[in-house]
Design a binder for this molecule. Structure first.
Ligand code: B12
Ligand code: SF4
Length: 500
């Protein structure tokens, strides 16, 4: 066996086209994306595959180019498709159907990404018959964490690179979180491991230099940015990554603006380390998203397995430190789990409103929970496996769009109509309040419904929702009613800002 063939399992071979599907809410006719992002997971997978196998890779990004205009799809030996999150199964399924219509053998089609990696083989088979699922482990080679995507970036035109670099990039920093919150579909119960941040940042900077770009902004891949400060961690590792970022900016004279996610407890510890916080500032961080899920009520924290029982007070303290350090605190809040009641939803609203009022720079980013998504703990529960809702999803994969973080509670996420309306009541109320303050970063989209808007919310909530929508789609807002909400769903979702 040659070195190049060291990755064996069911993987793309020969001439490969890697495709990033279009944004979930641009289904139907091609729409050029105004804010496309560099599909980093796809490029990382491409780099590993090309490095370890005798294959050649090209890319097609449906955010930028109409796949319908290609007449060479049959000529590829394999086609790889990127499925970032659960909702992205919907557009990936469209793409799959399109390829099948072109009589491309699904055996030549490979799916990868965190949205599909944790589907059971029978589930995957039902959604994408005869296609291949590339499991996460299949790409893990000895050099996995040291990969640089530079060679893959070279495959894009100057124009496309300019587009990606002028939007928010993703900065490869680390992966893994030691907790395992029940609703979370990330790489949980896993120690943090660092990527080759320096090499990959240099790749971005080299291109930026060539294109005459002197500032970039990026979302950092860490799940809990300060987790190394906790017991058993190694803060030195975190500092080393930060020093590299600081030094590269000086060397290239390029300025970075960065945001990341963190737990309140790790941030509190980190705040005690002055030199660390100075490095963070110097590296260009401007915002931290603090997971506030369940904070309003201890029973919710327990049910979510958040690994803390006093999150509310920690959040208050953390938001204070964060503002003092000059970082915008973001209220990253998943609410509306099975254990929520009207009382806990009220407490959640009061907490969010309180945070927004007390911390004048804070930003609201709340999401109605999607309790069962491929990749989270709940998805593996025996009762879910037997549920009618799971069957609905598998029978009609278009419905995975309803599992988007940002989507209003719906018949898939909240089969009980009373619970659904309650969750939406508070989701809309909090979003409305944050919109009035102009401090909002999560935007509610309209799900696929079984009947009409009445199944989602009551009249009062609808009026507030219509006002929110008026900010983005004033003409639609004027004529929107509960009854015609399904007719405007696609158009409206396309106009509502994306979840980033
Ligand atoms: C950066 C990021 C974003 C950026 C994306 C920018 C970008 N450049 O990619 C933004 C902010 C836009 C974003 C948005 C969303 N995200 Co996001 N995002 C992340 C984050 C922080 C890092 C992802 C990343 O790039 N990792 C680095 C790469 C190298 O790793 P990777 O993605 O795991 O890819 C590997 C494998 O999956 C595989 N692979 C990936 N694609 C393919 C394709 C093929 C063919 C093959 C063979 C292999 C393969 O190979 C890669 C190397 O091993 C993760 C959290 C995390 N730490 O993972 C969440 C995460 C992936 N996001 C998630 C979600 C759900 C979303 C949304 C879909 C949210 C929503 N509204 O529902 C949106 C919508 C995206 C859209 N517009 O369609 C979830 C997925 C959970 C799940 N199981 O569904 C995560 C895990 C966050 C979380 N805590 O739950 N996101
Ligand atoms: S929600 Fe945050 S703390 Fe919980 S498992 Fe996910 S990344 Fe970790």
């Amino acid at each position: 066996m040659t070195n190049k063939e060291s990755i064996k399992p069911n993987l793309p071979s020969g001439n490969v086209l890697m495709i990033h599907p279009q944004y979930v809410h641009y289904s139907g006719a091609f729409t050029k994306d105004e804010t496309p992002f560099l599909p980093l997971g796809l490029l990382y997978a491409g780099q590993i595959l090309e490095k370890n196998r005798d294959i050649t890779i090209q890319y097609h990004d449906c955010q930028l180019y109409d796949i319908d205009r290609r007449n060479d799809l049959e000529s590829y030996d394999s086609i790889g498709i990127h499925v970032m999150g659960a909702q992205n199964i919907a557009p990936s399924h469209h793409l799959y159907n399109y390829l099948v219509e072109l009589r491309i053998d699904p055996k030549r089609v490979y799916f990868g990404g965190q949205g599909v990696e944790e589907l059971q083989p029978d589930e995957f088979k039902q959604i994408f018959p005869n296609a291949n699922l590339v499991e996460r482990q299949a790409l893990v080679s000895s050099d996995y964490w040291n990969i640089s995507i530079r060679d893959q970036l070279d495959k894009f035109s100057e124009n496309d690179l300019r587009t990606y670099l002028s939007n928010e990039l993703t900065l490869l920093f680390s992966q893994g979180c030691k907790y395992n919150c029940t609703f979370c579909g990330a790489q949980t119960s896993m120690r943090e491991t660092f990527y080759n941040t320096k090499g990959n940042l240099m790749a971005y900077f080299d291109i930026a230099k060539e294109l005459g770009i002197d500032s970039l902004h990026a979302y950092v891949t860490s799940l809990d940015f300060f987790q190394q400060v906790l017991k058993g961690g190694n803060t030195r590792k975190l500092k080393k990554q930060l020093e590299d970022i600081v030094n590269l900016q000086k060397e290239y004279s390029i300025r970075l603006r960065l945001r990341a996610l963190a737990r309140a407890d790790s941030y509190m510890f980190a705040s005690e380390d002055k030199s660390l916080m100075e490095l963070v500032k110097e590296a260009g961080f401007y915002q931290f998203g603090f997971g506030a899920d369940g904070a309003a009520n201890v029973n919710l924290l327990k049910a979510m397995k958040k690994g803390t029982s006093d999150l509310k007070s920690k959040l208050m303290e953390t938001f204070g430190y964060s503002e003092k350090n000059g970082f915008t605190p973001e209220i990253l809040y998943v609410f509306g789990i099975e254990e929520d009641t009207e009382g806990t939803l009220q407490e959640t609203r009061d907490l969010c409103v309180g945070l927004l009022n007390n911390f004048q720079t804070s930003i609201y980013r709340g999401f109605p929970a999607k309790n069962f998504i491929p990749g989270n703990f709940n998805w593996t529960r025996a009762d879910w496996k037997k549920s009618a809702t799971r069957q609905k999803l598998l029978d009609n994969p278009e419905l995975f769009a309803n599992l988007g973080f940002e989507t209003l509670a719906n018949h898939i996420s909240h089969p009980d109509q009373n619970a659904r309306k309650l969750v939406n009541k508070y989701a809309i109320e909090m979003s409305y309040f944050a919109h009035q303050l102009g401090r909002v970063q999560s935007f509610l989209t309209v799900p696929i419904m079984e009947t009409n808007g009445h199944e989602l919310m009551d009249d009062e909530s609808f009026e507030q929702f219509r006002e929110i929508v008026g900010n983005y789609a004033p003409n639609i807002a004027k004529v929107l009613t509960m009854n015609n909400l399904p007719d405007y769903r696609e158009q409206l979702n396309g106009l509502i800002p994306k979840d980033t």
